[in-house]
Design a binder for this molecule. Structure first.
Ligand SMILES: [Zn+2]
Length: 346
């Protein structure tokens, strides 16, 4: 009966609590298997709501549970609708059909409900039930409080098996260097756009400014500022470098200069984040320059190489976790490998 996936929780819970969690999941029957919340789990196995948030997020990441998002009116608390993806939460304001107020939905108006996944040993598919009589979001179940528990990345980046396969296929195509030079460049750019497009909050496109061409401009369409999204800001630029040798250190200065110009030399902060994606690993000067630019202008520029992408695709890792670790390394000027130090999984 033991679900081996629960071992993934070892960094959050001790063996005894993992056993209690297993018993809790196993003991759920009928609609209860589709109505798991942070508040309920926290009470059931006596852990803090913050730890319960992290536990359920981890369970979601490894496929033990799925999440749905229940939207309630911030004014009257009435159930508005249930959506399967964060990207389906309405961005524009609309009129509540219960109280007629003009409302805009924020993370505190969204309750996250988890259900045991059909693939998991705990099973049995049943109708889910939403408490239509509830008059407000239970604060600890809200998207906001789950984001505050430092577990935002999983909700915005969770590719399917097929999407990871496609990423791997594209990566191999780039490695094999088929086609002309132009097509090669497009392939790394295509991979980049596809990869960032898998993050449900981003919109990606190549753009031209009057002086430069930007391989990939990413817009954070909801402009959430929790966790890594606060560091990334409302929009950021990605440059793709396709050569099969170590990319030149000057790429880092070039990207900094483009961003700095757009920011009117520091008088505005239009963009505060940049990424260089290169087929081969960047030179050590990338990191030194990145730290220098961060200290002088506050702009964070990270570099990600092909090997790191491949590793992420193979381990079904999280792009946002990777960006967060790289950004932290620049901002802390860390000389320790934060992954080896155990601070990050990917
Ligand atoms: Zn209302």
């Amino acid at each position: 009966m033991y679900c081996s996936h629960l071992l993934a929780l070892k960094e959050l819970l001790n063996d005894e609590k993992i056993h209690e969690l297993e018993n809790y999941f196993s003991g759920l029957i009928g609609g209860a298997t589709h109505n798991i919340t942070v508040a309920k789990l926290s009470k059931a196995i006596n852990i803090s709501p913050q730890v319960a948030s992290k536990v359920l997020t981890k369970c979601k990441a490894v496929g033990i549970v799925n999440a749905v998002f229940v939207i309630r009116c911030p004014e009257c608390g009435m159930f508005i609708k249930k959506v399967n993806s964060i990207s389906d939460i309405p961005l524009e304001s609309f009129e509540c059909y219960g109280c007629n107020a003009e409302i805009e939905i924020g993370p505190s108006d969204v309750e996250v409900i988890y259900s045991l996944s059909g693939d998991c040993v705990f099973i049995e598919g049943q109708q889910e039930e939403i408490d239509l009589l509830a008059k407000a979001v239970v604060p600890e179940n809200s998207l906001e409080s789950i984001f505050r528990a430092d577990s935002i990345n999983e909700y915005f980046f969770h590719p399917t098996e097929e999407e990871y396969c496609e990423l791997n296929r594209m990566y191999v195509a780039i490695k094999e260097e088929k086609g002309t030079k132009k097509e090669k460049g497009d392939t790394l750019e295509d991979l980049t756009k596809y990869l960032f497009g898998l993050c449900s909050i981003f919109r990606t496109a190549g753009i031209k400014t009057s002086t430069n061409q930007i391989d990939c401009c990413v817009i954070n369409k909801k402009y959430l500022d929790y966790g890594i999204f606060g560091t990334l800001g409302a929009r950021f630029f990605i440059e793709c470098k396709n050569e099969k040798h170590t990319p030149s250190g000057s790429y880092m200065s070039k990207l900094e200069s483009i961003i700095s110009t757009i920011n009117a030399g520091g008088k505005a902060v239009c963009i505060k984040f940049g990424i260089i994606i290169s087929k081969e690993e960047g030179p050590s000067t990338f990191k030194e320059l990145a730290v220098k630019y961060y200290l002088s202008s506050g702009i964070v520029i990270i570099s990600i190489c092909g090997k790191e992408l491949k590793e992420m695709f193979d381990n079904k890792g999280n792009l946002l976790d990777l960006i967060e670790r790289k950004a932290t390394e620049v901002m802390l000027d860390a000389t320790t490998d934060l992954k080896k130090a155990g601070l990050y999984d990917s």
